[in-house]
Design a binder for this molecule. Sequence first.
Ligand code: WT7
Length: 659
Amino acid sequence: MSNSIESTLVETRVFPPPEGFVKQANISGRAAYQALLTQADDDPDAFWGQMAREHLHWTRPFTQVLDESNAPFYRWFGDGELNVSANCLEANIERGLGDKEALIFEADNGDVTRVTYQALYEKVCQIANGFKQMGYQAGDRVIIYLPMSVEAVAVMQACARLGLIHSVVFGGFSSKALQERIIDVGATLVVTADEQVRGGKNLPLKSAVDEAIAMGGCEAVKHVVVYKRTGGNVIWHEKRDIWLQDLMKDQATSCAPVAVNAEHPLFILYTSGSTGKPKGVQHSSGGYLLWAKLTMQWTFDAKPDDVFWCTADVGWVTGHTYITYGPLAAGMTQIVFEGVPTYPNAGRFWQMIERHKVTVFYTAPTAIRSLIKAAETNAQFHPKSFDLTSLRLLGSVGEPINPEAWMWYHINVGGERCPVVDTWWQTETGGHMLTPLPGVTPLKPGSCTTRLPGIAAAIVDETGADVAAGNGGFLVIKRPWPSMIRNIWGDPERFKKSYFPEELRGYYLAGDGAQCDADDCFWIMGRIDDVLNVSGHRLGTMEVESALVSHELVAEAAVVGRPDATTGEAVVAFVVLKGATPEGEQATLIAKQLRDWVAKEIGPIAKPKEIRFGDNLPKTRSGKIMRRLLRVVAKGEAVTQDVSTLENPAILDQLTKAV
Ligand code: WT7
């Protein structure tokens, strides 16, 4: 376990929730929180049943809340039926919000498009009717490889309307990664765009789909629907490809939602694990949507006149839950942003908050840290140069937020009046698990604080026994919850082994090390497996290793994380070539070749920040690579551990010098 960002600041102050905030909060004051917590702990079935009846529209009411008969394959609201898209669109139109803005889209170049709930409904229906006409039916899998856009949200919603199972692939992933996901999920339809626009540049997307399909194994794909974003050049496959705009043109603007079982998979989203192959995390319809909506109300204190902005991409779970589903289920107005935080300059986020009068802002520590640097070197990009008084609540997600970044965010962006909710959760959890409630929880910079009502989070040892307050251990969730992962697509054995190891008494194992203090506040210490967190993105070391060894020059590779002041962790690769170990300019050249190779195999986010070449890797006599030592070397620290069990201790010297 490693704490990725080493803090120089130890902030021990506690920030109580501002009185003004408490007064108006959806959950206001400790007693209200405690009551929900107790209610959920004492009778989970009654609690979740009541929440699901109150917050969702069911076309067929459920009679059973939780079915544990086939644990850990839990079923929630298992005989109920609903439609997720109708819960996000019709439900709001019927309560008079048709003319309310659902999405305010700001393009990379600053152009703004406003879409009301009624207009979004019509767009979603036209797309759904198009898909239906092409013959797609509930249960079919759709790969979505789209840039941040109104269309991305609408296509996901259109899938939900028909019961099609979407699997969004982040636009930064390579054609190889795309091909693997198309095959694993068995997609018959792919939706993409001609190009994406980021930071003033047009980047191809459609050509990556063409490449992925040409690699083979994707024969099941019948159509590629292409959203024309830029009008850039594309190669067209007459029988297979169709423009999204053409598909929608003559379609009716209403489309009956298909009622699905609460357990019907809403989506599959791939995430990295500790082995080479990414896992297809399968989520449900009913339980997932319930938690997406509830956490909007609890964590983000959703109010009718809020302008919500989550800066994530819909390629990640944050964009699923807190862009496509949660804010719409809660009837909010939200910003959808196409671009990057540093274009045209590092003031972009603050300028957009001012322009759109954003009230609730949700971003990642890595973005904050990179903007701190820019703001502290150029006052023009400092949040203080903008009017950010519309803000009332700030959120953080994806990695531990170091106290320096927390304090800067709190003071300079939040003007010391906005609570900061540091939300801990995962692709697998579907929504927030540990987080402050802004009208309840005293904030401790660096801690994601307390568990949400209904979430039985705890710290245990390797036998599943509780550890005392203040001691480190495994973060587990002892009872199932509605938005939990249902399966790993096509691999139920891996699902059981990864998340419900027998020795942990059937608890959900999150994969994070953590501790819980005497105030029931959780402190995340880092992953316990070979998973890195680079800029809030999960990356398996084995995944990067597999990519490296698939290069013709490489004999062996070991990948570790190193703390990085901006990205949290950085990828460092130790590589043994088949030929002689390169030095000087040759080493630089091959390192560049290998970095580009990894970008091609996985995507630019997986590129090693540093590659060190050696004649060998430090191994035990039984041949196990000593990653623990490599982590020390990667940090640039001296190895003080006992290395007498190593087969080849001299290799450490070589790797230490090989910078
Ligand atoms: C891993 C999950 C949550 C959606 C985005 C990432 C780390 C996430 C926090 C936080 C400390 C955090 C954990 C977790 N993580 N949020 N607030 N404090 N660590 O989802 O890609 O599935 O990654 O991100 O290590 O296990 P993900």
